[in-house]
Design a binder for this molecule. Structure first.
Ligand code: S3P
Length: 178
């Protein structure tokens, strides 16, 4: 039985803030993969990208997923690029239901504006264009990886967490072994 939940989706869709609240509501542990990567590397995400490059970041991401994916009773907030390496999703699927959060590009642009320095991939002159480009490329990866998809464009943090709980209940009753 899967007792963990992995939240995937593009930057700014609410994985971390909603995930933290969801974990509280479900009385599960909350794990943020980016924070685990920072711990392991002894550097911030922007520093890893700047000093070691994106390829090294993706390697660290794979290593951290390998460790964390065995955890039971956890809500795991993944980084937006987790879907780029299929091995990550294969590992997460063993113990977690995969929930993909989505949002409109305009909403993502607004939500990621205050923290643009913390997200190296969006630290570019034309952020709107970059978001659209990355989203277009990644959309099929998110769709293919998800057990459940929830659009958070019009939802606040609490409503998004409640919506996940509700959808999860339906999902679990449909997937319970008979
Ligand atoms: C990334 C998303 C970030 C972080 C890194 C790369 C991506 O996580 O892992 O900057 O490739 O989409 P968030 O989705 O939590 O911002």
């Amino acid at each position: 039985m899967k007792t963990s939940i992995a939240l995937i989706g593009f930057m700014g869709t609410g994985k971390t803030v909603v995930g933290r609240l969801l974990a509280q509501k479900l009385r599960k542990d909350f794990v943020e993969l980016d924070a685990e990567i920072e711990k392991k590397a002894g550097r911030s995400i922007p520093e890893i990208f700047r000093l070691d490059g994106e390829v090294r970041f993706r390697e660290l991401e794979i290593e951290v997923v390998k460790d964390i994916s065995t955890r039971k009773n956890a809500v795991i907030a993944c980084g937006g690029g987790i879907v780029l390496n299929k091995i990550n999703i294969d590992r997460l699927k063993k113990k977690s239901v995969i929930i993909c959060l989505t949002a409109l590009p305009s909403v993502i642009l607004k939500r990621t504006a205050p923290d643009k320095n913390g997200r190296p991939l969006l630290d570019v002159a034309d952020r709107a264009r970059e978001i659209k480009k990355l989203l277009d490329f990644r959309r099929p990866f998110y769709t293919r990886s998800a057990d459940i998809i929830i659009n958070t464009s019009r939802l606040g943090i609490d409503s998004a967490a409640e919506k996940i709980l509700e959808t999860l209940k339906d999902y679990e009753s449909n997937h319970r072994q008979k």
